[in-house]
Design a protein around this ligand. Structure first.
Ligand SMILES: Cc1ncc(COP(=O)(O)O)c(C=O)c1O
Length: 456
């Protein structure tokens, strides 16, 4: 597989061997998983995934924005192997090991441009968010939070309380953590206040000050505002700079902590280590996971030294900061700094320009937006009414799969492109070609024509 760059479909999909896996899986795994199409992965290198029937797929999903350095990058694999032969686990909660101190120093310095930071290691995005909730409560002594409609912060009880993405994620799980107030995010394509960016008065910010803080919750009781600098599951929504700056001002004015959930947008995906850097401000607490260790489970919460000042026993995790995951993280960070953040910007700019051009040719593409390799393509029934075209988005994912491209959806009607940060120009061009064809095929499919897909 080493030199393969482009997809190649050689069987029906799913092929016979893939079908066997799917059948067994459907008997024994939790039915709560959401599978949009039947990909079975057997091995993967770079941006190419091979299924058990020998089909090759170009991966623009990266295991939900995780495999930042590509699948099985040789430097990451070497780091994992060498650490696995030396020390797999000892628990950083109770003991010390060099790689934990080394990676903490490295991340603290990458995030802390102006202030000294400390780092808490966990295993998943939701765990990072749980840690940030507890830290904000501990440090401020306050118990209430502001979060945004459309946000996704995880599925554990605390993080789920901040999430406001899809009600299926909450159905039958109430009561959750109390004290969270949700407010509209700055989605300029669908301004919740009916305004237009450029002529608006940033009503999304004044709503917090003038409505929420005057009628719902006093700012003096708010521990933190949790936000995604680019909304991920909510539809890859990029807010205007003024919004992020305004949140910082509100937090400073009322002594509220600003928590940037960079679980999806962080670790180089946008061309900078943190997405918030594009907005020129710093958060008080940053949550990282997904792309941080190229696929090994690891998360990091990074906070100002004075904020992360809780005593021993107040928070810990048996597996958090596992040595093997940390070695993978160290190798990942090196690759990001060496070349991958630069590549994310270059390929991201190229894809964004190509997809914007595609938007002019397709009536159903309402918006194309993103930074670096975090790009959303929003599908609508009509560009004026902007009615969401969810069925089309779902079908485009399937048509892409039949043509050998792996993409995921986000929000109700957006295709998300979050490939490994190693993709090259040929792969970007090929992905755009497949997306173009898949949109046409999906439109025809929904019209009932079931136009040829190259496979079925
Ligand atoms: C912004 C954000 N926060 C938190 C999470 C939860 O991460 P995990 O699934 O690793 O718990 C996600 C997952 O998609 C996310 O996108």
């Amino acid at each position: 597989m080493e030199k393969t760059k482009l997809p190649e479909i050689i069987s029906s999909l799913p092929g016979p061997k893939a079908k066997e896996v799917i059948e067994k899986d459907s008997l024994f795994t939790s039915p709560s998983y959401t599978r949009g199409y039947p990909l079975v992965a057997e091995e993967a290198r770079g941006a190419i995934v091979k299924d058990p029937d020998g089909n090759l797929f170009l991966d623009f999903a990266a295991g939900i924005a995780v495999c930042s350095t590509g699948h099985c990058h040789p430097e990451v694999v070497a780091a994992i192997k060498s650490q696995a032969e030396k020390l797999i686990h000892i628990s950083g909660t109770d003991f010390y090991y060099p790689i934990q101190a080394d990676v903490a120093e490295k991340i603290a310095k990458m995030v802390g441009k102006t202030k000294k930071k400390r780092v808490f290691f966990g295993n998943s995005g939701a765990e990072a968010v749980e840690c940030a909730i507890k830290l904000a409560k501990y440090y401020t002594g306050k118990k209430r939070f502001i979060a945004f409609f459309g946000s996704f912060h995880g599925r554990t009880t605390g993080s789920l309380s901040l999430t406001a993405s899809k009600t299926i994620q909450k159905e039958r799980f109430f009561p959750l953590m109390e004290g969270v107030t949700h407010v509209p995010y700055a989605n300029c394509y669908r301004c919740p206040f009916g305004q237009k960016y450029g002529s608006c008065k940033m009503e999304c910010l004044s709503f917090i000050e003038n409505v929420i803080f005057k009628t719902v919750v006093p700012p003096s009781e708010v521990a933190a505002i949790f936000f995604e600098p680019i909304q991920g599951e909510g539809g890859y929504v990029v807010p205007p700079r003024e919004f992020v700056e305004g949140l910082r001002e509100i937090c400073d004015k009322h002594r509220i902590l600003l928590v940037a959930d960079e679980v999806q947008s962080g670790c180089g995906r946008t061309g900078k280590f943190l997405a918030i850097e594009h907005f020129g401000i710093e958060a008080d607490i940053v949550c990282l996971a997904k792309g941080i260790a190229s696929g090994l489970p690891l998360s990091a919460v990074v906070a100002d030294e004075n904020i992360m000042s809780w005593p021993p026993g107040s928070h810990a995790s048996t597996f958090g900061g596992n040595p093997v995951a940390l070695k993978a993280c160290e190798a990942t960070l090196k690759l990001l700094e060496k070349e991958l953040m630069k590549n994310a910007k270059e390929q991201g700019d190229y894809l964004l320009a190509g997809l914007k051009e595609m938007m002019n040719r397709h009536k159903v593409i309402g918006d194309v937006r993103g930074i670096g390799l975090m790009i959303g393509v929003e599908l609508v029934k009509d560009k004026t009414s902007k009615e969401r075209f969810t069925e089309l988005r779902d079908r485009v994912e399937v048509e892409c799969f039949y043509r050998g491209l792996l993409v995921l959806g986000c929000g109700a009607n957006t295709i998300r492109l979050c490939p490994p940060l190693i993709i090259d120009r040929t792969q970007a061009d090929y992905a755009m070609k497949i997306i173009d064809e898949s949109i046409l095929a999906a439109v025809d499919f929904l019209k009932g024509e079931k136009r040829t897909s190259i496979i079925i």
